[in-house]
Design a protein around this ligand. Structure first.
Ligand code: PEP
Ligand code: CO
Length: 474
């Protein structure tokens, strides 16, 4: 962030290290803010922030409170959270087909999970605002040319040229617009009842033929279809009309100028809400208890996702929990662990035990994606010899299975899952029933950041979790 802009709006709490002081939507400006774009023109930044502050919110405090209540039930084991969507959304993918397909896969996965787990499922999209990305390096070098890293469409463009990579504050306004358009369409689809997307007749189940579990998958889809038809005939309505389909959004609260500009108070209620999303989360790179992100998040009333991984220090995490959730409010904290299939066996247990020992009620979720990213060099095919980021279906599943077991052993509860996925037929992760290989990656690799499960892989993953959750087909 531009240091000039930061000093202009300082709200003046005392520095870190002396415990929480007065909070305001701007108090983060006095803390070290990692992963912020470096804008060139402070005047332009001020103008963009003023425009954002005047724009309508994207969600309401009532919806946020409703989500918090549902997350509290999930933390007690009475609901299950399904959070999923792109690693990084893109403005040019704010199109009706892409939005529909993402919603469709999340809805279908949620039906499979309800069927398998017998718990109501809370659906939270990683979308309508997931436009900013933390990066491990500030700069990227290609053929001797060094440019700022791509930080998501809210900041710059991914193509490798100087103009595209220049952080442009006006993109934050475009981010708000694309989020609003996405959410408007999602709300319309949901109000329309979504009947066709519910029914297994509309599911693309071609992949099951390739699976040894084919018969089980078919029985599961058939049984879900029968339950839906039964409910609809009894109630003489579509499922969309019977059960109001709740749908919530989330994104990483990363670019604090944007998040704080969307932070509002509302009439007749005390406190502040981030009204750009229902559930912002803090990533592993910005989770320092003394940093600007935790400072910002501690003062808003939304439920908050907190990512933890191999680099998380348990004492810092406990401090973060004290800061973000001093009153131990059920539904406030969604602790999202992402260790990777090879690290979870070592890393998760101490975190769970430490949190359990505090007596807090937090919701634990597993993100089996971010610890399982690897770089491969396909041996043949169009991308032979190139480095490609991917994830293996088997590793993703293995992390989830271990997560369930470790929670069972510690006496905590896995209350949800967090995926990077798309409703489209991309080839970014390998494995799954169709057995995608490294050589297949070039066929339809579209992500600009992390690799996502495609439609079939996501549905299959839901079926396998449902099976593991105990009420799936045996
Ligand atoms: C993400 O969720 O896209 C992300 C960057 O995650 P993490 O902070 O867990 O690495
Ligand atoms: Co990601």
């Amino acid at each position: 962030m531009d240091p000039d802009a930061a000093s202009q709006a300082s709200a003046g709490p005392s520095p870190s290290g002396v415990g929480p002081s007065a909070w305001s939507p701007e108090s983060w400006r006095d803390r070290p803010a990692l992963q912020q774009p470096r804008y060139e023109d402070p005047e332009e930044v001020r103008s963009v922030v003023a425009q954002l502050k005047a724009l309508p919110p994207l969600v309401t405090s009532w919806e946020i409170e409703s989500l918090r209540g549902q997350l509290a039930e999930a933390a007690r084991g009475n609901r299950f959270l399904l959070q999923g969507g792109d690693c990084a959304e893109r403005f040019d993918e704010c199109t009706p087909d892409r939005i529909t397909s993402k919603l469709k896969i999340l809805l279908q996965m949620s039906l499979v999970l309800v069927h398998g787990g017998g718990r109501r499922v809370i659906r939270v999209g990683r979308f309508a605002g997931q436009y900013a990305k933390p990066r491990s390096a500030d700069m990227e070098t290609r053929d001797g040319v060094e440019l700022p890293s791509y930080r998501g469409d809210n900041v710059n463009l991914s193509s490798f040229d100087a103009e595209a990579r220049r952080p442009d504050p006006a993109r934050l306004i475009r981010g708000h617009t694309c989020s609003a358009m996405s959410l408007n369409f999602i709300r319309a689809l949901i109000d329309g009842g979504f009947a066709d997307l519910h029914h297994p007749e509309y599911w693309d189940l071609g992949f099951v033929e390739h699976s040894p579990l084919r018969a089980e998958y078919e029985r599961m889809a058939e049984s879900i279809g029968e339950s839906l038809r039964f409910m609809e005939s009894v109630a003489d309505a579509t499922v969309g009309q019977i059960n109001r389909v709740d749908f919530f959004t989330s994104h990483e609260a990363l670019v604090l100028l944007y998040e704080s500009a969307m932070t509002r108070s509302v009439p007749h209620r005390e406190g502040y809400w981030n009204l750009s999303t229902h559930m912002p989360w803090v990533g592993v790179r910005t989770g320092d208890p003394d940093g600007a992100h935790v400072e910002y998040l501690r003062g808003i009333r939304n439920p908050i996702g907190v990512k933890v991984g191999p680099s998380t220090d348990t004492q810092s995490l406990l401090k973060v929990l004290d800061l973000l959730d001093p009153d131990d409010e059920p539904g406030r904290i969604n602790l999202i662990h992402r260790f990777g299939a090879h690290e979870i066996g070592r890393g998760l247990r101490p975190v769970l035990e430490a949190v359990k020992a505090t007596g807090r009620t937090v919701l634990f979720c597993c993100d089996p994606m971010h610890g399982n990213t690897e770089t491969v060099v396909p041996g043949s095919g169009p991308w032979e010899g190139m480095k490609v980021k991917t994830r293996k279906f088997a590793h993703i599943l293995a992390e989830l299975e271990q997560a369930i077991e470790i929670h069972e052993r510690v006496g905590t509860l896995l209350g949800g899952v967090h995926f990077e996925l798309t409703g489209d037929d991309v080839t970014e992760c390998t494995g799954g029933a169709r057995g995608l290989t490294d050589e297949d990656l070039a066929r339809s690799y579209r992500t600009h950041v992390d690799p996502r499960l495609n439609y079939e892989q996501a549905l299959e993953m839901a079926m396998l979790i449902a099976k593991r959750m105990g009420r799936g087909p045996r």
